[in-house]
Structures are given as structure tokens and as C-alpha cells.
Design a protein around this ligand. Structure first.
Ligand code: SF4
Length: 160
């Protein structure tokens, strides 16, 4: 069942949307730390762990990466593939594994709502958020705090 669900990026982006909307009203009460964060962490470890092999980076970008976790790339690249993708679309480090970014691109093409976010340049991941709750970080604004000097590209480029 999990495999089936993983292979439905369109359903997954809808679930992402529903989760966002469900948690939004709780925003003002949520604070990092304590029992609440522990509960969120367990929920993410179990739920996103089973579905996406979530590595608990604490700054989730699934909806911008074809509902494919970029932290499973052996080089943990957040902005597309390295130059070593094999001709068959597999990883140069782990030849038995499909390149995370080949999958991310293919899956993003099945996502009408968020699919084109894959064209955005994502900020570097904040390693200090490792093993914290990405949902909580998103809702409290911690996830949006980018490094000083970061100039993001926050408009989706027009495709020709
Ligand atoms: S992007 Fe981060 S939080 Fe999201 S699934 Fe991957 S490791 Fe987990």
C-alpha cells in the first residue's frame, strides 16, 4: 500500500495541501521543543519515514521536489542532479539506485499544483535543524529563515 501511495505524486500533493491546511489554525499555539515537538517528530519519523525514507532534515521541501526526498541523494543535493547520473538514470555512487533527481523530475510532471516548484532554486539546508520537526519548523517560520546573503529565485521561470 505504501508503495502504491508513493507512486501517486498527485495524491501526495493533495495530502500535503490537506495537512498544511489542517495544521494552519494551530500555528499560533505551536512552539519548538517540549512534548508537542516530540509528538510531531515521531509522527514524521513514522509517516514520512515509511513513505519517503525521510532523513529528518527539519526543512521539508518535498512539494518542491516531486514529492521525492532529496536527502536520499548520496550527495544530499537539494537543487538537481550532479554530473554523474548514469545513462540509465541511475546514481553514480549507488548504481543500483535510480537518481533521486531523475525520479523527482518525472514525479513533478504528474503534480498539477506544485510540480513547477521544481524549477525554483532552493536555499541550502540548515544542518542545525537536523532531527527536528519540519512541520513545526514550517509553521513557526524557522524553516523560512535562510542564511544571510542568500538571494533566492522565488519566481518560477517561464518554460520555453
Ligand atoms: S526533505 Fe527533509 S523533512 Fe522532507 S522528507 Fe526529506 S529529509 Fe524529510
Amino acid at each position: 500500500m505504501w508503495r502504491w501511495l508513493y507512486n501517486q505524486p498527485r495524491v501526495l500533493e493533495t495530502l500535503y495541501d490537506v495537512t498544511q491546511r489542517a495544521l494552519e489554525p494551530l500555528r499560533r499555539w505551536l512552539k519548538p521543543g517540549g512534548v508537542v515537538e516530540k509528538t510531531f517528530i515521531v509522527a514524521e519519523e513514522v509517516g514520512k519515514g515509511v513513505l519517503f525514507h525521510c532523513q529528518m532534515c527539519g526543512q521539508c521541501v518535498l512539494h518542491s521536489t516531486g514529492m521525492t526526498c532529496p536527502m536520499n541523494c548520496p550527495k544530499t543535493l537539494r537543487n538537481g542532479p550532479c554530473g554523474g547520473v548514469r545513462a540509465n538514470g541511475h546514481c553514480e555512487i549507488k548504481p543500483e539506485m535510480r537518481c533521486v533527481w531523475v525520479e523527482a523530475w518525472e514525479r513533478s510532471r504528474q503534480m498539477p499544483a506544485y510540480g513547477d516548484e521544481i524549477l525554483l532554486v532552493l536555499p541550502p539546508v540548515n544542518r542545525r535543524l537536523q532531527n527536528t520537526s519540519a512541520w513545526l519548523n514550517e509553521l513557526t517560520g524557522v524553516a523560512q529563515q535562510n542564511p544571510a546573503g542568500w538571494i533566492g529565485v522565488n519566481e518560477i521561470p517561464v518554460r520555453r
